[in-house]
Design a binder for this molecule. Structure first.
Ligand code: 0O2
Length: 218
């Protein structure tokens, strides 16, 4: 029965995945252009790298069941907001808000919501800036607003999140308290590292400006 159901819905599944893939392409291109503009204004590239992925059917099913929802295509489209995911890894915490502002100004993007886990870190220690947007995808059937979750983080935040994700998955959410505590400690360390790197960068910029004005005066 399950196979028959999947067969009937194969076309829908494929066209949905086509939309999510197209949406990722649109977002990545816009971000590339934004990075170039940023280079032009601030003389450096804030984006270290961009990763994108389509959530696997298995991971979608798991998330639906975590939310107590039946594994249907309707529930998936309605409730799973990160089927198309784009992750922007940048240099400094200040870049995150600059990039978020630039993304917010994109006319083609509609911002559905923002979750600022930098201002309000999660219980786990997770920090990141999430934006849920829709991008219009034009097909022969018309315009399809398609959801993409954009996560913006520093390298340090990404380092922590990637490792925490791996460790925590081994316990399927039931990690012993001392491990969760240690992970929260690590999050605090990465947060300190981000703050130090940011102030170091600011000091370097100030020093460069001082040297330049000295050169101009002599
Ligand atoms: P994966 O494998 O990364 O795709 P939720 O509350 O999670 O059920 P929602 O609304 O999507 O639903 O939550 P949120 O917090 O806006 O975004 C969830 C995503 O953020 C996760 O996706 C992770 O990518 C990331 N994330 C959130 N919290 C943590 C955390 O504590 N540790 C790590 N490493 N990542 C986190 P998925 O689907 O859970 O996982």
């Amino acid at each position: 029965e399950e196979t028959a159901e999947r067969g009937e819905n194969a076309y829908d599944w494929q066209s949905l995945m086509f939309l999510y893939n197209a949406a990722i392409k649109e977002v990545r291109t816009k971000l590339d252009i934004m990075n170039d503009e940023f280079q032009y204004i601030h003389q450096y590239n804030p984006i270290e790298y961009i990763k994108s992925r389509i959530k696997t059917p298995n991971s979608i099913a798991k998330k639906l069941s975590r939310h107590g929802l039946e594994n249907t295509m309707e529930n998936m489209v309605e409730h799973i907001n990160d089927i198309a995911g784009v992750r922007i890894v940048c240099s400094f915490t200040s870049d995150i808000y600059r990039l978020a502002e630039m993304i917010g100004k994109q006319k083609e993007f509609t911002i559905l919501y923002i979750k600022d886990y930098m201002k309000h870190p999660k219980e786990s220690g997770y920090r990141s800036y999430h934006m849920l947007i829709t991008v219009p995808i034009q097909t022969t059937n018309g315009i399809n607003p398609t959801k993409v979750e954009i996560q913006i983080r520093t390298i340090a935040m990404d380092f922590w999140a990637s490792l925490e994700h791996k460790i925590y998955y081994k316990f399927e959410g039931n990690a012993p308290e001392y491990i969760s505590r240690e992970l929260r400690d690590c999050a605090a360390i990465t947060s300190k590292l981000d703050a130090k790197m940011l102030s170091l960068n600011e000091a370097i910029i100030a020093e460069k400006e001082r040297q330049q004005s000295e050169e101009e005066q002599s």
